[in-house]
Design a protein around this ligand. Structure first.
Ligand SMILES: *Cc1c(COP(=O)(O)O)cnc(C)c1O
Length: 379
């Protein structure tokens, strides 16, 4: 089945009661049991709810996985996956990881005796050299936020298999429409479904998809025990957003490709980070594992002052955190998504003072380019 058809198939139901083609919203925290002896599929909504179950089936189908789980936020999904680890375990994490993931590892899990090392995942030897007897997992994000670094998913999976580790991939930046890590051997795929999957800057949501039953049981156990599940109305909105994932991703990524090329040739722009550009250092790997460069790019205008001038002059994109929405969003990572990092950590992560992240929305490409040009002319 083509990915376009898969999206519609996954997000459409046929309700046995009414024939409704949209998932019924079943606002019920508890479920009547058939008899004293005979319990049904659902009892309490933290453990399961039919609306959430439909959303979980859909996200699993989109990521070509067997088991899907929905969480209240992307961070709830990430934390719940990391909660499968125990005191004494060690995890190796891409140093270009999302700021919130960095915070959970540094400030929470470390207090519980779960250790981690950040490694540059473009250096495969460095990953192998960091593996210890207690190492349990490799954690990647490709393209990474906000510098769009590319990790060779197949190579990391090979290292993991050789050392009996499992691999976790945060696939938020490309969505299942453009990249499917499970197909490349990754064990656990995570999404901040707040972004491209929901797509409208309206809800917060997180998702986890796996193929292995044992791993699925562990994640379900944490989901039910910790209880950071996605609400019923938000699940419905997520399913509604997913229906247009294909058209949104293809328009936005085609637009991002044109904008990246335009900025790359612009005299006021020092550097463009976008994996759809042949000049990007991860390009050759990226094209073997993803359909295109995606809808997010970052570019460097030389200084914080220039970044400020540009943001103040731009008329179309909103200036805010987040990404993956119908409207274009420009953000300044040092003050926003990566505010947790100190100057040293920012430099080590390649987040230069003039770096802006641009999540391309569904506006007309030429309008966005004209807006950028007019703002760049002022710096
Ligand atoms: C936003 C984001 C998260 C966190 O998701 P929330 O829904 O905000 O909790 C995790 N990873 C990446 C790559 C993100 O962009």
């Amino acid at each position: 089945m083509s990915e376009w058809t898969n999206i519609i198939n996954a997000s459409t139901t046929n309700d046995p009661l009414s024939g409704a083609i949209n998932t019924p919203i079943q606002l019920s925290s508890t479920f009547n049991q058939k008899s004293f002896e005979d319990f049904g599929q659902y009892d309490y909504a933290r453990s399961g709810n039919p609306t959430r179950a439909a959303g979980e089936k859909a996200i699993a189908q989109l990521e070509h996985g067997q088991y899907g789980y929905l969480f209240s936020t992307g961070m709830a999904a990430i934390s719940s996956v990391l909660f499968t680890l125990s005191a004494g375990d060690h995890i190796i994490v891409s140093k270009h990881v999302y700021g919130g993931t960095f915070r959970v590892l540094e400030d929470i899990l470390s207090r519980w005796g779960i250790r981690h090392d950040f490694v540059d995942f473009s250096d495969l030897d460095a990953i192998e050299a960091t593996i210890r007897p207690e190492t349990k997992a490799l954690y990647i994000e490709t393209p990474s936020n906000p510098v769009l670094n590319i990790t060779d998913i197949r190579a990391v999976v090979n290292i993991a298999k050789k050392n009996q580790l499992f691999t976790i991939a945060d696939n938020t930046f490309l969505s299942p429409f453009l990249q499917n890590p499970l197909d490349l051997g990754v064990d656990i795929v995570i999404h901040s479904a707040t972004k491209f999957l929901a797509g409208h800057s309206d809800i917060l949501a997180g998702a986890v998809v796996v193929n292995d039953k044992k791993l699925a049981d562990k994640i379900y156990f944490i989901q039910n025990a910790v209880g950071a599940t996605l609400g019923i109305l938000d699940t419905w909105l997520l399913l509604r957003g997913i229906k247009t994932l294909g058209v949104r991703m293809s328009h936005a990524s085609a637009s991002a490709q044109k904008i990246a090329q335009h900025l790359n040739a612009h005299s006021k722009v020092l550097n463009v980070l976008y994996p759809g550009l042949q000049t990007h250092k991860g390009y050759r790997i990226h094209v073997t594992q993803a359909k295109n460069g995606g809808a997010v790019l970052s570019f460097d205008v030389g200084s914080k002052e220039n970044a400020k001038k540009l943001v103040d002059a731009l008329k179309i994109p909103v200036f805010s955190v987040s990404l993956g929405a119908v409207e274009s969003i420009i953000s300044y990572p040092p003050k926003m998504s990566h505010a947790e990092l100190n100057t040293e950590e920012l430099t080590a992560s390649g987040i230069t003072p003039g770096l802006l992240r641009f999540s391309v929305g569904l506006e007309d490409t030429d309008d966005l380019i004209a807006d950028l040009d007019a703002a760049l002319a002022l710096i």
